[in-house]
Design a protein around this ligand. Sequence first.
Ligand code: AMP
Ligand code: MG
Length: 416
Amino acid sequence: LIPIAQAHAFVLASCSSLEPSRIEITAAEGHVLAESLHAPEDVPPFTNSAMDGFALKAADTRTVPARLVVVESVMAGQHTSTVVGDGEAIRIMTGAPIPRGADAVCMIEHTRSETGSVVVIEESLDPGTNVRNAGDDIAVGAEVFASGTFLGAAHIGVLASLGVSSVLVHPLPKVGVLSTGDELITKPGPLKPGKIRDSNRPALLSQLRRDGFAPVDLGVVGDDEVELTKVLEHGASVCDALVASGGVSVGDRDVVRLVLETLGGDAMRWMQIAVRPAKPFAFGTLGPTSVPVFGLPGNPVSALVSYELFVRPALRSMAGMQNLDRPRLSAIASVDLRRQPDGKVHLMRAIASRTEDGTLRVEPCGVQASHMLHAMADANALAIVPDGDGVAAGDRVEVLLLDPEQVEPPGSEGPW
Ligand code: AMP
Ligand code: MG
């Protein structure tokens, strides 16, 4: 049995970031920038008003109320060449360019209109009040985002504000998913004796999509070396990584292990990992571009746990992302987390929640067996129970948060 960390390091050594490519910013969300980006222009591009109000000379508001003559008005999108003189103001809307001569804007709420074209200013202003200077968000030439920045919605907005239409990013890996096993059925309808429905492929495809990658459905393959070889070779020609489930144990028909031994390149390794669930695992690379192939165990819980331990971090690394693993936090066990010593770390499907004082607590959900997927559906965390007799209620235990958004108790009112 090898430690999780060793298998993790072995896999990551063969999964370097994908060759950068240029994409439109509208498709760039969720990608990691592969270039350092400098501002081609100022944002804002011109000095403008932060308020609806009156552009004026601050010096004219030293004694208030001050009566100023309104000589013009300028809306967002317009421009005026009129210069604001002493004792004058220009009516201005948010986002409109500050006219020449003006150095402050009095917000409309602090003014009164008088008959004719006079406005009464009721507040003394310092120069620069309610003025947004050209380049005060981003100055032309400044580094906007460093290479390695993860692009979210606000980043895309910044790029758009700069007139940048495409960026160099690490592609999100295209990941082929296949299930293996003569017992697997995909069609609806009654099951023949000995057959079961394929749950790993739909679950893995969903998880990949959720994690921001591009899943490719490669279907179900029987326990047949020739057929499996064909599917893997085709998959490696159209995908950046392949994820197979089933067929990596010590059984007679465990063909993923056998086929990867033949095809899997120098990196091929079949492992027994000191963890429960997800003990058997195979990893190799295929084809001229060394496409990583993950052989996950067939048991549905094991497949998803193995995905969390090895596949997700490896794919994140291929996408150029940092923080490859799920957050690992210290929690208090709400109940005894019982187990027997067996040389393995147990990853219990669990629910983590915060108490009112902010303490993270964790309790196991459902029966901890690797064919019982329902407990995985209920879980938002895996409790990491080290080898030994378990963790007593009230003691500390580390948890891997599978779904950080769901750590609050159900029905919690939220922060506001
Ligand atoms: P294996 O790793 O191929 O020996 O499979 C271990 C267990 O997982 C067996 O009970 C299989 O029937 C089950 N299994 C394998 N693949 C799947 C799958 N795609 N969906 C549901 N169960 C599976
Ligand atoms: Mg099998």
